[in-house]
Design a protein around this ligand. Structure first.
Ligand SMILES: [Zn+2]
Length: 87
């Protein structure tokens, strides 16, 4: 999709879950990939781009690619247990 043709009337605003601020800035999560699980046997640091609230620094769950930080709710960990039980 070309951004210039985007109809902003069809978009919805996103606000911070914590303070309701509506401006965000880019941040980068870093994830370490151990050589023991890495396909090439080398340690890696993998960047994952996200957005944080420009006012309070909160990262909405929708923007948080980090499974550890984004799953403070108990039901998420229950979901993970169910997945591992299935396989
Ligand atoms: Zn905020």
């Amino acid at each position: 999709m070309n951004e210039q043709q985007l109809d902003y009337n069809k978009t919805t605003g996103v606000s911070c879950e914590s303070c309701k601020n509506e401006t965000f800035r880019g941040v980068v999560f870093l994830r370490k990939l151990s050589r023991f699980v890495s396909p090439d046997g080398q340690d890696h640091v993998v960047p994952m781009e996200s957005m944080e609230c420009a006012k309070c620094g909160h990262i909405n769950a929708d923007f948080n690619p980090n499974p550890i930080v984004s799953s403070p709710k108990e039901d998420v960990s229950i979901e993970d247990k169910q997945e591992s039980a299935d396989s």
